[in-house]
Design a binder for this molecule. Structure first.
Ligand code: SF4
Ligand code: MG
Length: 336
């Protein structure tokens, strides 16, 4: 497919200031060497527990702050080191939907003005009739009545407001949409509707989508590929079926064990990890997951495992894959 977004060895370290002189006393290694790509018409889900760095990845590709290092290419152009002025017109190509539809809409703007803003900013409408028609089409796309453009954000429910946020993102005619926990704040029934809408629009418009979520149960039903993050790094990347059918990293295995299986009566064996996620200020040496991994052995405390293809494009970062297959516990599980 056509490569829309390509991220290589992205790092974002936030300095911690302190001491009498207010100097840098350490860093939060929020994102510490992350690479992935998304093609046209493809959804990549970035999953992991809160604090793993997935939102920072999203904000980095949106260039909401300067990066520490690494490359971000949008439609083949490097945007990681672009000046704000050069970047401004390219912002049309990458749009975002955040978690909270209540705070992300200006309460003093009617829906018409909210949708008109990006169309005007990027000079997309030929004239005022075209502007009005574009606004109407956006309302159609997100399945809201056209005459609702005269209403204010507070007159809508949470799900309807998220539809308006989606319409606003689409108004720019983007190639990529970053959804940062875009359905996490919604009620269960509304969640499914918004996920279905995003999925339909993504397919219809051929969008590339970066779907950031802590909720694997939702991701399982709507994504093409999945990348799992732990403490600032991607530990596993695979197609949806590969990853949900047989995870190749112990962390993914534990996350999946908490996801209900759709078949009635079937259960995945629940794996409860010991301890908490270590601080990203001082991540463990070797494999960052070794303090919580049920399979950790000596090598894990010394050598850092690299993300590599452990079969059919199924990438994972774990030393277990250097063991003979019959000794690799990840490959010897009964199917749920
Ligand atoms: Fe566990 Fe070792 Fe694999 Fe890390 S490298 S996930 S500690 S088995
Ligand atoms: Mg977050």
């Amino acid at each position: 497919g056509e490569r829309i977004l390509e991220v290589s060895d992205l790092k974002k370290h936030f300095p911690i200031r302190g001491g009498l002189m207010g100097g840098t006393v350490g860093h939060v290694y929020a994102v510490d060497g992350v690479s992935f790509h998304i093609d046209r018409g493809e959804t990549l889900s970035l999953v992991g527990e809160s604090g793993c760095g997935k939102s920072t990845v999203g904000k980095s590709v949106l260039r909401l702050f300067p990066l520490t290092s690494g490359q971000v290419a949008l439609n083949g152009r490097r945007i990681d080191d672009m000046s704000p002025g050069t970047l401004r017109p390219l912002r049309r190509e990458i749009q975002v939907i955040f978690q909270d539809p209540f705070s992300s809409l200006n309460p003093r703007m009617r829906v018409r003005e909210i949708l008109a803003e990006p169309i005007k900013n990027f000079g997309l409408a030929k004239d005022s009739a075209d502007l009005e028609e574009r606004i109407g089409q956006l309302m159609d796309k997100v399945r809201l009545p056209r005459d609702a453009v005269n209403r204010w954000p507070h007159e809508f429910s949470g799900g309807q407001r998220q539809r308006i946020c989606i319409a606003r993102a689409l108004a720019a005619e983007p190639d990529v949409i970053v959804c940062d926990e875009a359905v996490s704040a919604l009620d269960v029934s509304v969640k499914a509707q918004i996920v279905n809408l995003l999925q339909d629009l993504q397919a219809e418009l051929g969008l590339a989508m970066l779907f950031i979520s802590h909720d694997l149960a939702i991701v399982e039903h709507m994504t093409h590929r999945v990348a799992v993050m732990y403490l600032g790094k991607i530990v596993e990347v695979a197609d949806r079926k590969q990853l949900f059918g047989g995870p190749r990293h112990p962390y993914t295995e534990a996350l999946l064990s908490a996801v209900p299986v759709p078949m009635p009566g079937a259960m995945r064996e629940r794996i409860v990890l010991k301890g908490d996620v270590p601080s990203p200020i001082n991540p463990p040496k070797g494999c960052r997951f070794h303090t919580r991994c049920p399979y950790a052995f000596d090598r894990c405390r010394k050598d850092e495992p690299m993300l590599r293809d452990n079969g059919e494009g199924h990438f994972s970062a774990c030393h277990l894959h250097d063991l003979p297959a019959e000794q690799n516990p990840l490959l010897n599980k009964a199917a749920p």
